[in-house]
Design a binder for this molecule. Structure first.
Ligand code: XMP
Length: 327
């Protein structure tokens, strides 16, 4: 039986047994809804879409077509992980589109944050719709809608991105197998579906990706500095037991340069800003204070390994007054 609303008395899914029962129920409901038809899913590699993909692979196998659009603003190793987990391990029917050049060309010279967001969102829908048009016989569109999305859209806080904003002539019936779950429940279900812990318990990552961490006009070299420094930060947090403990952490490379010195020569390069925060509701955010040893180590690794960076700064500002992201 498929459910539209979370029953008031539903037990919070916190154990493998409860997750297994939910999965079994959903698989029956998905098979009943989909029959022998095809389902399309935009698979970002985030928690919600990954869990939906894993659930549908179990329920309808290769009737599911996943499309992973790489907009060039993903973190280091992300597209590779999506391909490894879903295509190689789970044998999903996965279409991988590397649209990096398309996105970065459209974004070239664009400095306004809201315009950047609109370009990224709009281009994403266009690429996804193009892929969808190439396919025959798709009747369903799967989405990783979760219960807070529905509550927020009912409260008028967030527009519920119904059907992902696809063009009017593309009509699909929606399939939303985790829509009555809270985020923590989605993670437990994802683990039981066999997804790697690193995928299921990952920190939040904004849709516009590294684009909002490369403030102002995005250039390929500065974007690469954001990606490389972010990868170092994530690796060091993992090594130091902070992964899964700190709510969100990332680097930002702003568009200004300062003087420095390396190997006896003057440099004129960007700074790299490190931000690590904790929160429960994202409305109020506190800063994670790092140890002196970790700070020193991060500074030395980033300076020596990331081209174009000659200074590392730490953002110790809570929210309010500062938002989490820089744009
Ligand atoms: P702010 O910057 O508003 O961020 O304090 C709060 C949380 O939301 C994430 N965030 C986004 N997520 N699309 C997303 O999917 C966006 O455009 C976006 N902007 C911010 C941010 O990473 C933080 O977790």
């Amino acid at each position: 039986m498929s459910m539209d609303r979370r029953p008031d008395d539903m037990v919070r899914i916190t154990t493998p047994e409860l997750a297994d029962a939910f999965i079994a129920e959903q698989i029956d409901a998905l098979r009943a809804q989909i029959g022998d038809k095809k389902v399309l899913l935009a698979l970002s590699g985030g928690v919600d879409s990954s869990v939906v993909a894993a659930m549908l692979i179990k329920a309808v196998g290769d009737q599911l077509v996943c499309v992973h659009v790489n907009h060039g603003l993903l973190r280091k190793g992300e597209p590779e992980q999506v391909i490894e987990v879903f295509r190689n391990q789970m044998k999903a029917n996965l279409i991988y589109v590397d649209a990096t050049d398309r996105f970065l060309d459209k974004l070239a010279g664009v400095t306004d944050p809201e315009t950047k967001r609109k370009i990224i969102g709009g281009e994403f829908i266009e690429v996804f719709a193009e892929e969808a048009r190439k396919l025959d016989g798709i009747e369903f569109l799967a989405q990783g809608t979760i219960w807070p999305d529905i509550l927020e859209s009912e409260a008028g806080i967030k527009a519920h991105h119904n059907a992902g904003g696809l063009p009017e002539d593309m009509q699909f019936e929606l399939v939303e197998p985790v829509k009555i779950l809270f985020k923590d429940e989605v993670r437990v279900v994802g683990e039981r579906l066999g997804l790697p812990a690193g995928m299921v318990y990952r920190q939040p990552f904004p849709g516009p990706g590294l684009g909002v961490r490369c403030p102002g006009a995005i250039t390929r070299d500065r974007l690469e500095a954001v990606r490389e420094s972010d990868a170092i930060l994530r690796a060091e947090f993992a090594k130091n037991g902070l992964e899964g403990k700190v709510w969100q952490y990332f680097t930002v490379v702003p568009d200004f340069k300062s003087t420095g010195v390396k190997d006896g020569k003057r440099t004129f390069d960007w700074p790299c800003i490190i931000r690590a925060i904790n929160t429960t509701d994202v409305m109020e955010v506190s800063v994670e204070h790092l140890s002196d040893e970790l700070i020193d180590h991060l500074v030395s690794r980033i300076i020596s390994e990331v081209p174009g960076i000659n200074r590392v700064l730490f953002d110790y500002t809570p929210k309010p007054p500062a938002t989490v992201e820089y744009e």
